[in-house]
Design a protein around this ligand. Sequence first.
Ligand code: GAL
Length: 358
Amino acid sequence: MSVSPTRFVGLGLAVSALALSLVACGSDEPSSTGGSSAGGQKIALLLPESKTTRYESLDRPLFTEALKAACADCELIYSNADQDAAKQQQQAEAALTQGAKVLVLDPVDGKAAAAVVASAKGQNVPVIAYDRFIEGANYYVSFENEAVGKLQAQTLVDTLKAAGKTSGNLAMINGSPTDPNAADFKKGAHSVLDSSGFKVAAEFDTPDWSPDKAQAWMEGQLSAIKAGLVGVYAANDGTAGGAIAALKGGGVKPLPPVTGQDSELAAIQRIVSGDQAMTIYKAVKPQAEAAAKGAVALATGGKPESTTDKSGVPSTILDPVAVTKANINDTVVKDGIYKVSDICTASFAAACAAAGLK
Ligand code: GAL
């Protein structure tokens, strides 16, 4: 189990300026509604997996930076559950044992996480549901998840129609059955696809969001649906990568449009080269900042700032954005997530030039 006070090494992206530890002698006041200094308190960030790149490359460093800004002398306890709900429960218990004053939890299994909330509450430790909803949490920060599914599906339909197609088979690769967001993405996507004129010929809920399981499923479907296949709805970039590998391996030419989510670097490069039709950009920075400020507020007896509520949990819900070749510059490049030079490596140079990325 890897619960340990974080050392901020090699995380890249905007964290290079951070000190080696958040435990510092500074006396900065927290910039939250907490009011007073959180006085060296421990905050735990518990993330669900690392096959999806956002967690280690964005959420973790951005939360780390935001926590330091909100509370210079707070200490971060960090763990990643590697898609294992039981492991995450142990990590949460370990964080409580280490004296965490707030748990910021992105649950592998939204329902199982209720036990973590109960255990934390028993010790007067508030829980922030980070990105994925948990019943009974003290605060929830996420994106408009049904809108994610609608944007993915609408972009897929628009792409097909722009290519002159009005009917044909779609394959749908959804997210993990234990992730409450996956159900919202799926619902939003179905609300568009079911009345689009295209037919969802095969559908799969990908255990653990595993790209390899998405790939294996797509490979297994090819003989049955390859002939009339016009598009693939994949719920995130990891599963999109798996689907695209299966389509290429199965000799499907030309590749049908494939959706995604998370604006992973590999997905942005696939969009530039034409292998993937779209992804979703979620600005993780404001999400991480809201969670860090909320954690400091709760650690000092205050309340997180919220704009709405979900099932009685005060919430901050952010807007997702669809990314295609046309707006890479105006989204992930503009926000400094990637430099054009990160995207346009040698093998993508020609495609980048054609897409006007410079
Ligand atoms: C979702 C999250 C997505 C994606 C996925 C796989 O809950 O909202 O951004 O990362 O999990 O981990």
